[in-house]
Design a protein around this ligand. Structure first.
Ligand code: A2P
Length: 344
């Protein structure tokens, strides 16, 4: 069987990766539709050697579609969700619009694949830092329950989209040319600099990105009381996020045991050369499917604590790949139909 698939936000950084992954993984497509804003209508993109013309999204864009991969921001997702579900398609949404909606599954296929069973037409793709972290942390949590999780992130420009990646390049060039760096997408210069994540702050002083890591990890793990805290920072890296993660377990879990578990964990690759002091770097992770994990070591301040370091491609596993894996999961479980289609 093959499916009619639409990409909403096909011109974006994640949209481009979705297109590439559909081709690379030979997703069963009978009909492909590329959607973006009216700005992009008429542009042409290539898929499997064929040219596809971008359309401005409208009510009728979704007629006859089976799967809509949405990556055009939260407001666009909210604006079109009803039309998508009404048309009988399943929406796999990369935005934060529906992630915490109790009726919407929030899915990392390596962690909670069964959550897709309950979908009612929308499935949410988690926040990128949360997806990457969950791959490394979930297998350890299953071996020994985690009581507290602390993360510090080093997030690349790609998380803010294609134009942000371009701005980082332009800033770098401007500074090297002793000119003022442009800062239109980012609030401050990112080149040769870094800043705490610029998403809105709450009354407790946490930014939205940090709160996503807290709430989404609990939802994906099915652990509403898990103690999680995070500090999210934007760094001048083009692509691939890094995270320093501290875990406190209910009982001691040795670094060697953690290494054994992670060596077998799906979607994870160990990368540790202690003699050379070589551990995962964004450059190693860029363009790769796996989350790279290294520097696994005992927390010297706590007998039940472990420290680890991870890097993962934000655009791939942090966004597009996870969305495609959700689509594959739906195909394999024969769940490519919205609740509307089932009830009508
Ligand atoms: P467009 O290129 O036409 O603006 P990124 O996250 O890399 O910045 O990409 C954002 C994606 O979302 C782009 O494909 C962009 O299309 C799309 N997009 C932004 N606003 C809208 C909108 N109002 N309707 C449809 N697509 C939109």
């Amino acid at each position: 069987e093959s499916y009619s698939v639409a990409i909403l936000g096909a011109t974006g950084a994640v949209g481009a990766e979705l297109l590439q992954l559909l081709e690379e993984r030979n997703f069963p497509i009978s009909n492909l539709k590329l959607l973006a804003s009216p700005r992009s209508a008429g542009q042409v993109l290539e898929f499997k050697g064929e040219c596809f013309t971008l359309e401005a999204v409208s009510e009728k864009s979704f007629q006859g579609m089976d799967i809509v991969l949405a990556s055009a921001g939260g407001s666009t997702s909210k604006a079109w969700a009803e039309a998508i579900v009404q048309s009988g398609a399943v929406m796999i949404d990369n935005s934060s619009a529906f992630r915490m909606d109790p009726s919407v599954p929030l899915v990392v296929p390596e962690v909670n694949p069964d959550a897709v069973e309950d979908h009612r037409g929308i499935i949410a793709n988690p926040n990128c830092t949360t997806i990457l972290m969950s791959l490394a942390v979930w297998p350890l949590h299953q071996a020994c329950p985690i009581q507290r999780l602390l993360a510090a992130t080093y997030q690349s420009a790609s998380g803010a989209g294609a134009r942000a990646m371009e701005e980082l390049k332009q800033q770098t060039q401007a500074i090297l040319n002793q000119q003022d760096p442009p800062a239109e997408i980012f609030p401050y210069p990112l080149a040769f600099n870094l800043f705490p994540h610029n998403s809105p702050l709450n009354a407790q002083g946490y930014c939205e990105e940090e709160m996503k890591m807290i709430h989404e990890t609990r939802k994906i793990f099915g652990a509403p009381d898990l103690r999680v805290s995070a500090t999210c920072v934007r760094v001048p890296v083009l692509r691939a996020h890094s995270e320093a993660i501290n875990l406190e377990f209910a009982e001691p879990l040795s670094a060697d045991r953690a290494r054994q578990i992670l060596a077998e964990a799906p979607g994870v690759k160990l990368l540790e050369d202690w003699d050379k002091n070589y551990f995962p770097m964004p450059m190693d992770a860029s363009g790769k499917d796996e989350v790279l994990v290294g520097r696994i070591r005992q927390d010297l301040s706590h007998p039940c604590g472990l420290e680890l370091w991870i890097c993962g491609d934000q655009i791939r596993k942090g966004a597009a790949l996870n969305a495609i894996q959700i689509a594959e999961l739906l195909v394999n479980r024969n769940l490519v139909q919205s609740a509307m289609a089932v009830s009508s």
